[in-house]
Write a new protein. Structure first.
Length: 155
Protein backbone atom coordinates (compact mmCIF):
# COMPACT_ATOMS: atom_id res chain seq x y z
CA UNK A 1 0.00 0.00 0.00
CA UNK A 2 1.42 3.36 -1.02
CA UNK A 3 1.56 6.42 1.21
CA UNK A 4 -1.18 8.06 -0.87
CA UNK A 5 -3.44 5.00 -0.45
CA UNK A 6 -2.81 5.06 3.31
CA UNK A 7 -3.74 8.76 3.46
CA UNK A 8 -6.99 8.08 1.61
CA UNK A 9 -7.83 5.20 3.94
CA UNK A 10 -7.06 7.36 6.96
CA UNK A 11 -9.29 10.13 5.56
CA UNK A 12 -12.12 7.60 5.21
CA UNK A 13 -11.66 6.53 8.86
CA UNK A 14 -11.52 10.15 10.02
CA UNK A 15 -14.67 11.08 8.09
CA UNK A 16 -16.60 8.12 9.51
CA UNK A 17 -15.54 8.84 13.09
CA UNK A 18 -16.18 12.59 12.72
CA UNK A 19 -19.67 11.91 11.41
CA UNK A 20 -20.43 9.64 14.39
CA UNK A 21 -18.95 12.23 16.75
CA UNK A 22 -21.19 14.92 15.22
CA UNK A 23 -24.25 12.69 15.60
CA UNK A 24 -23.40 12.03 19.25
CA UNK A 25 -22.90 15.77 19.74
CA UNK A 26 -26.37 16.68 18.49
CA UNK A 27 -27.85 13.77 20.45
CA UNK A 28 -26.30 15.28 23.60
CA UNK A 29 -27.89 18.67 22.82
CA UNK A 30 -31.39 17.19 22.59
CA UNK A 31 -33.66 18.92 25.06
CA UNK A 32 -31.42 21.97 25.51
CA UNK A 33 -32.83 25.27 24.41
CA UNK A 34 -31.69 26.78 21.14
CA UNK A 35 -32.30 30.54 21.11
CA UNK A 36 -32.39 30.72 17.30
CA UNK A 37 -35.68 28.82 17.21
CA UNK A 38 -37.48 31.59 19.11
CA UNK A 39 -36.72 34.02 16.27
CA UNK A 40 -38.88 32.06 13.83
CA UNK A 41 -42.01 32.31 15.95
CA UNK A 42 -42.13 28.50 16.22
CA UNK A 43 -41.23 28.45 19.88
CA UNK A 44 -43.72 26.78 22.19
CA UNK A 45 -43.15 26.52 25.93
CA UNK A 46 -43.91 22.78 25.73
CA UNK A 47 -41.66 22.19 22.72
CA UNK A 48 -38.92 19.64 23.33
CA UNK A 49 -35.83 20.85 21.55
CA UNK A 50 -34.70 18.39 18.93
CA UNK A 51 -31.63 18.35 16.74
CA UNK A 52 -30.74 16.54 13.57
CA UNK A 53 -28.35 15.85 10.73
CA UNK A 54 -29.29 15.87 7.08
CA UNK A 55 -27.46 14.22 4.19
CA UNK A 56 -28.22 14.94 0.54
CA UNK A 57 -26.99 12.51 -2.10
CA UNK A 58 -26.53 15.38 -4.57
CA UNK A 59 -24.08 17.05 -2.19
CA UNK A 60 -21.71 14.12 -1.76
CA UNK A 61 -19.00 15.76 0.35
CA UNK A 62 -21.08 17.69 2.95
CA UNK A 63 -23.80 17.29 5.53
CA UNK A 64 -25.56 19.69 7.87
CA UNK A 65 -26.39 19.70 11.57
CA UNK A 66 -29.53 21.60 12.51
CA UNK A 67 -31.97 22.59 15.24
CA UNK A 68 -35.40 21.30 14.22
CA UNK A 69 -37.24 24.50 15.13
CA UNK A 70 -40.61 23.55 13.67
CA UNK A 71 -40.57 20.01 15.08
CA UNK A 72 -41.28 18.25 11.79
CA UNK A 73 -38.40 15.74 12.08
CA UNK A 74 -36.71 16.92 8.88
CA UNK A 75 -34.59 19.83 7.70
CA UNK A 76 -36.56 22.83 6.47
CA UNK A 77 -34.27 25.64 5.36
CA UNK A 78 -37.01 28.24 5.94
CA UNK A 79 -37.57 27.53 9.63
CA UNK A 80 -34.79 25.31 10.99
CA UNK A 81 -31.40 26.67 12.00
CA UNK A 82 -28.06 25.24 10.94
CA UNK A 83 -25.82 24.78 13.99
CA UNK A 84 -22.21 23.94 14.83
CA UNK A 85 -20.56 25.76 11.95
CA UNK A 86 -22.96 25.10 9.14
CA UNK A 87 -22.19 22.52 6.51
CA UNK A 88 -19.66 19.92 7.61
CA UNK A 89 -17.26 18.80 4.88
CA UNK A 90 -15.93 15.27 4.63
CA UNK A 91 -12.17 14.73 4.49
CA UNK A 92 -10.36 15.27 1.18
CA UNK A 93 -11.07 12.50 -1.33
CA UNK A 94 -14.10 11.15 0.57
CA UNK A 95 -17.70 11.27 -0.60
CA UNK A 96 -21.10 9.82 0.22
CA UNK A 97 -21.73 6.77 -1.91
CA UNK A 98 -25.26 6.18 -0.71
CA UNK A 99 -27.90 6.99 1.89
CA UNK A 100 -30.69 4.66 2.99
CA UNK A 101 -33.59 5.09 3.20
CA UNK A 102 -33.58 7.94 0.74
CA UNK A 103 -36.51 10.35 0.65
CA UNK A 104 -36.37 13.16 -1.91
CA UNK A 105 -32.64 12.46 -2.34
CA UNK A 106 -31.92 13.08 1.36
CA UNK A 107 -31.68 11.34 4.71
CA UNK A 108 -32.53 13.23 7.89
CA UNK A 109 -31.82 11.85 11.35
CA UNK A 110 -33.51 13.70 14.25
CA UNK A 111 -32.93 13.10 17.97
CA UNK A 112 -35.83 13.84 20.36
CA UNK A 113 -36.33 13.40 24.10
CA UNK A 114 -36.86 11.48 26.29
CA UNK A 115 -34.40 8.66 25.47
CA UNK A 116 -33.49 10.26 22.95
CA UNK A 117 -35.67 8.75 20.30
CA UNK A 118 -34.30 8.76 16.76
CA UNK A 119 -36.64 9.59 13.88
CA UNK A 120 -35.40 8.79 10.38
CA UNK A 121 -36.85 10.73 7.43
CA UNK A 122 -39.87 11.81 9.47
CA UNK A 123 -41.01 8.19 9.73
CA UNK A 124 -41.21 6.64 13.19
CA UNK A 125 -41.62 3.17 11.62
CA UNK A 126 -38.15 3.16 10.03
CA UNK A 127 -35.75 1.14 12.21
CA UNK A 128 -32.45 2.45 10.85
CA UNK A 129 -30.69 4.74 8.43
CA UNK A 130 -27.35 4.29 6.68
CA UNK A 131 -24.73 6.57 5.24
CA UNK A 132 -22.08 4.98 3.04
CA UNK A 133 -18.81 6.88 2.83
CA UNK A 134 -16.38 6.02 0.06
CA UNK A 135 -12.89 6.85 -1.09
CA UNK A 136 -13.33 8.47 -4.51
CA UNK A 137 -12.17 6.18 -7.34
CA UNK A 138 -12.06 3.19 -4.99
CA UNK A 139 -14.28 0.40 -3.71
CA UNK A 140 -13.32 1.10 -0.07
CA UNK A 141 -16.52 1.94 1.86
CA UNK A 142 -17.44 2.62 5.49
CA UNK A 143 -21.10 2.32 6.44
CA UNK A 144 -22.51 4.28 9.36
CA UNK A 145 -25.78 2.83 10.64
CA UNK A 146 -28.05 4.82 12.95
CA UNK A 147 -30.79 2.84 14.71
CA UNK A 148 -33.99 4.36 16.06
CA UNK A 149 -32.87 3.20 19.52
CA UNK A 150 -29.90 5.59 19.34
CA UNK A 151 -27.24 2.98 18.64
CA UNK A 152 -24.70 4.08 16.00
CA UNK A 153 -22.35 1.61 14.29
CA UNK A 154 -19.48 1.88 11.84
CA UNK A 155 -18.82 -1.08 9.54
Amino acid sequence: MTIEERKKKLNLEKSAFKLVQDLRGIEAKTGTEFEGCKENGNYDKDYKYQYGACFNINNKNKYILFADCNGDYQYDENTDKIIDGGEIELEKGIEMEGIFPETDESLCIVFTLPDPVVTINNNKNVDSGEIELKIKDSNEIKTITIYKTGLIEIN
